[in-house]
Design a protein around this ligand. Structure first.
Ligand SMILES: [Zn+2]
Length: 370
């Protein structure tokens, strides 16, 4: 099977995140085990009881090695608007849900990893496939905690095969959300007995508005490697639809920003906590950190050589890498297709990039594992 055939086969098997991805994974596992890969499957049932499948496939001796990572779930097909699950070649493009995000890239990793002469491997090659990437990176988090294969022998290098138009990417932003809650006492304002949670949290919000101005102007909170270099700090508020003439019993402010390497993530979170403490507010932090591989790392150099490009880039979107970095030391994002058409109707991947991806991934295995 070539990369085009395999991509079409995977597209024609819908695996929208709300449904199971087990059948798609089984097709991939069968191809890999026929080529001599050892398979470790890790499954869970999601909150609706739907089976979600993840696996790690390994071939080759020794320690370290190179892992190719993809997710096999997709966003909804919107198939009433286009034939999402009927892959179609038009000119030099292949259309279908998942063609670029990311069944095409996944197929390219499988074809590359199964066409090499595995008897020449000095280090192992891995294929890592996750579930639920599109709905919170759940599979990557689960697999990075549960996979003995990855935890016992952390691969030195990895490719996240998300679509980058075959440009090596060494860093992406993370995402921090902070929920800050004030508690008051609900009462009709005519009684004088109420205590407004909204008035209690208001000075904190004023502090955050000032802090935002500082983050927008102070270099320590920026990173010029990204477009934009700022962190997109945002604030929302809810008093749970309290009427005008009632004091709010509970008011919640939501803050979020895109965490960047070397851009003061810890300082930002510490400042928010300190101001919230000053007003007696409750704080809940959820940080999905950024991804960063030194641009001088061997895997970046190898990827640039194989793609004939002068330098690696950054992207503003997140990937499974934020969890897989716990088990794979250096991760670069590199895959066929343009992220701008991911999640759209008429999602497509250039045929030339699918074939290029197979060649580049094969080259990476030869350079880094043979
Ligand atoms: Zn994706």
């Amino acid at each position: 099977m070539d990369v085009l055939e395999l991509t079409k086969k995977l597209i024609s098997m819908p695996s929208v995140s709300k449904d199971s991805n087990a059948d798609v994974n089984k097709v991939c596992e069968d191809i890999l085990s026929a080529a001599g890969f050892e398979i470790e499957r890790k499954e869970y049932k999601d909150e609706h009881g739907v089976l979600k499948a993840n696996f790690v496939a390994k071939i080759g001796p020794g320690s370290g090695g190179l892992a190719f990572c993809s997710h096999s779930d997709t966003v909804p097909g919107q198939e009433e608007q286009w034939p999402a699950f009927d892959p179609e070649e038009k000119g030099d493009l292949l259309y279908g849900r998942g063609s670029c995000d990311m069944k095409g890239p996944l197929a390219a990793t499988i074809i590359a990893a199964t066409q090499i002469d595995s008897s020449k491997l000095k280090k192992p090659v891995y294929i890592v496939v996750t579930s639920d990437e599109e709905v919170g990176l759940t599979g990557a988090k689960f697999l990075s905690e549960e996979s003995e294969m990855l935890r016992q022998n952390r691969p030195e290098q990895g490719i996240i095969a998300e679509p980058t138009s075959m440009i090596p990417v060494y860093s992406h932003k993370g995402f921090a959300t902070v929920t800050v809650t004030a508690h008051g006492r609900a009462a009709h304002t005519s009684t004088g007995l109420g205590e407004s949670a909204t008035l209690k949290i208001a000075p904190f919000m004023a502090d955050m508005a000032k802090f935002n101005e500082k983050m927008m102007s102070d270099e320590q909170f920026m990173n010029d490697a990204f477009i934009p270099p700022t962190n997109g700090f945002n604030m929302i508020i809810t008093d749970y639809e309290t009427p005008f003439n009632v004091s709010a019993s509970k008011t919640t402010v939501g803050l979020c920003f895109r965490a960047m390497p070397d851009a003061g993530t810890e300082e930002i979170l510490a400042h928010i906590q300190e101001r919230a403490d000053a007003y007696g507010l409750d704080v809940d932090v959820d940080l999905v950190d950024s991804l960063y591989c030194p641009p001088t790392a061997d895997i970046v150099t190898a990827a640039l050589e194989l793609t004939n490009l002068p330098e690696a880039e950054t992207v503003p979107y997140g990937t499974d890498g934020v969890f897989l970095k716990n088990v794979i030391k250096e991760l670069v994002i590199l895959g066929p297709g343009d992220i701008k058409v991911a999640h759209t109707i008429e999602e497509h991947v250039p045929l030339a990039e699918l074939h290029q991806a197979v060649d580049v991934y094969t080259g990476l295995i030869e350079k880094l594992c043979m």
